[in-house]
Design a protein around this ligand. Structure first.
Ligand SMILES: NC(=O)c1ccc[n+]([C@@H]2O[C@H](COP(=O)([O-])OP(=O)(O)OC[C@H]3O[C@@H](n4cnc5c(N)ncnc54)[C@H](O)[C@@H]3O)[C@@H](O)[C@H]2O)c1
Length: 257
């Protein structure tokens, strides 16, 4: 599906080599799009730290060379550097969490949005997190900046809708990636316990998130803007409800017997 009826779409995916971003790049390329990948990994089209203004400048040059931009996926984000508690955290950590989770969403969007507005069409998909909507102790700063990503998504959508540009986001949970490997999420627990806390019964695969990003970037979502769609196997809906180990219903008690 294309956002317009024109030739091959040009898409930009930040952090588009590994994890969720990697699956998004592969999915869009499989759909026939020309995908410009920005990543620290040497295999990217634009190699560099997306929080560095010089990387963004090189990205703009590449997009200018291609002469169009249909889809921008602002995927980079990281809960590290993390502290045990907010009281243990430092202004240096807050600054890096800002750069990794919110700052580049603003700077990359600001640099590439003029082309979408001039074209009269475009789709932006940001990567937020369920923790923008559900409290996560120890990660208050990460959570706050991702809530800002979702608020930015909503407000910018209202602002640029008249130019034919849509802005949406996904809110992942429990993706089995380098950043949050399944083994780390299990912390030694029996994998058989996963269905007790994830309604759909398993961790996410990068492709699960890429499908939703591809939808939001496609013409199928042409009347959808300003939304953050949880892609989480149902954890946000459950919000603290767990299946009981004895199979007899559900519990919201902390020790979930
Ligand atoms: N994994 C999860 O369960 C989960 C949950 C909630 C939200 N998210 C969000 O989804 C997004 C992707 O997560 P993931 O788990 O796939 O991440 P990941 O760390 O596994 O992969 C990130 C990709 O981005 C690249 N990258 C990292 N920092 C970069 C930088 N500064 N500049 C350029 N490239 C950079 C990496 O090289 C890699 O290719 C992030 O925004 C993350 O916050 C993930």
């Amino acid at each position: 599906m294309t956002e317009d009826a024109g030739p091959r779409r040009v898409c930009v995916v930040t952090g588009g080599v590994h994890g969720i971003g990697g699956a998004v790049s592969r999915r869009l390329a499989a759909d026939g799009d020309r995908v410009v990948v920005v990543d620290l990994d040497e295999s990217a089209d634009v190699v560099g730290d997306v929080t560095d203004p010089s990387t963004v400048a090189r990205l703009v040059e590449v997009v200018d060379g291609l002469g169009r931009l249909d889809v921008l996926v602002n995927n980079v984000g990281d809960f590290r550097p993390a502290s045990k508690t907010f009281l243990d955290s430092t202004p240096g950590q807050w600054q890096r969490l800002y750069e990794l989770n919110l700052g580049h969403v603003l700077s990359v969007t600001h640099a590439l949005l003029p082309r979408m507005v001039a074209q009269g069409h475009g789709a932006i998909v940001n990567n937020s997190t369920v923790e923008a909507f559900r409290g996560i102790p120890g990660h208050a700063v990460y959570s706050g900046f991702n809530a800002a990503v979702s608020a930015f998504t909503k407000s910018l959508a209202v602002e640029v809708g008249r130019h034919g540009v849509r802005v949406n986001a996904i809110a992942p949970d429990l993706a089995d990636t380098d950043q949050t490997p399944a083994a780390a999420m299990l912390r030694g627990r029996d994998p058989a316990s996963v269905p007790l806390w994830v309604p759909l019964g398993r961790f996410g695969r990068p492709e699960d998130y890429a499908e939703v990003v591809a939808f939001l970037a496609s013409d199928a979502a042409r009347f959808v803007t300003g939304q953050t769609l949880p892609v989480d196997g149902g954890t946000l809906a459950a919000s603290g409800w767990y299946a009981r180990e004895d199979g007899k219903g559900w519990t919201n008690m902390p020790d979930h017997p």
